[in-house]
Design a protein around this ligand. Structure first.
Ligand SMILES: C[S@@+](CC[C@H](N)C(=O)[O-])C[C@H]1O[C@@H](n2cnc3c(N)ncnc32)[C@H](O)[C@@H]1O
Length: 312
């Protein structure tokens, strides 16, 4: 960490030896763009992916909720799947979409379900055994480095995982080549206004001049989804927008961000630059804003979801 601050200060051409957080906080406020660039250099692909696998490994026993199950099932419901087909479920997690697709195939066909989190896959193994499904093969791998045969799948599913990928356009091009001609890609993602993320992003920008990356930004509108698929040569693009949001308690809404410096994003985590005091101030501002949103039903959490389906 200090090596990073040292590099940062030299890059800033500071003529001072003071490596304290006051200077850094000042720099953040006055040079947000450069700050983001510096953070991007620090976060290697390897480090980012370790953060993601650690995060999901920890969630293996409490990942499946009514909400996470419903959204995975909904993607499969909307996807045209026919008996006997060969399906690839990318970033399968605990296997929610793969299991639903297996039921739709009704003991025919074949599903390859891939994820790099061993924890999530452990839960998937248990569930597949319980359901006695024998047409799902699980594989632990980083999808970015997966070598599969071109023109070999009828359907590629990716439920609620694409925003975690570091180069979405490259992934879609790769998936296009794995699909048979006429094959279907189906993924789900969220509006850039979804969850309580926009509040933290806005507060960070106004209070500290920090450009905090929003995880849902790259696929955050139907237009963006459409354009990225069109560029990857997909056709017959269909986007179904559904509101999966709900009222949550004031406490839940406040706990949604606990004032911690964690912010897993392929573009980096500028929250780490804030001092403990700055984080506390930010958390107070966040809580205050959440309180203004409270109603008798609770705090509304928007989860505008895009179910995106296209053909090769
Ligand atoms: C939000 S979960 C979605 C899981 C599941 N598809 C669902 O609908 O519930 C995101 C999943 O993406 C996986 N993931 C992210 N990047 C990946 C990569 N490059 N290769 C393999 N898995 C990846 C994570 O391990 C995690 O299980």
């Amino acid at each position: 960490m200090w090596r990073f601050f040292y590099n940062l200060l030299s890059l800033m051409e500071f003529k001072t030896t003071q490596k304290n957080k006051k200077n850094i906080a000042f720099f953040i406020k006055t040079n947000p763009e450069k700050m983001t660039q510096l953070f991007n250099q620090e976060l290697t692909e390897e480090l980012y992916k370790k953060q993601v696998t650690d995060f999901f490994d920890q969630r293996q026993n409490n990942y499946d909720t009514r909400y996470s199950i419903e959204r995975g099932i909904r993607l499969v419901e909307l996807t045209p799947i026919e008996k006997g087909q060969k399906i690839l479920d990318i970033a399968t997690g605990t296997g929610i979409a793969a299991i639903e697709a297996s039921k739709k195939l009704n003991k025919t066909g074949q599903i390859l379900a891939v994820d790099f989190s061993s924890g999530m896959l452990k839960t998937a193994i248990k569930k597949i055994k319980q359901e006695q499904l024998n047409n799902i093969e699980l594989m632990q791998a980083d999808v970015d480095y997966l070598s599969l045969t071109d023109n070999s799948f009828d359907v590629i599913l990716c439920s609620s995982a694409l925003p975690w990928f570091t180069n979405i356009s490259a992934n879609l091009r790769q998936w296009y080549s794995w699909l048979k001609v006429g094959g279907i890609v189906a993924f789900s993602c969220y509006s850039e206004n979804a969850f309580l993320t926009p509040i933290i992003v806005r507060l960070c920008a106004t209070m500290y001049g920090i450009d905090l990356p929003n995880w849902n930004q790259p696929l955050g509108t139907p237009e963006k989804c459409y354009q990225i698929l069109e560029k990857a040569k997909f056709r017959e693009i269909k986007i179904t927008t559904e509101q999966l949001g709900a009222y949550i308690s004031l406490e839940e809404a406040k706990n949604w961000w606990q004032g911690n410096p964690t912010w897993i994003n392929p573009k980096g985590n500028p929250l780490q630059l804030l001092s403990d005091k700055q984080l506390q101030t930010l958390k107070r501002a966040y809580d205050q804003e959440i309180e203004t949103l409270a109603t008798l039903k609770g705090v509304w959490q928007d989860i505008t979801t895009f179910f995106v389906i296209a053909r090769k």
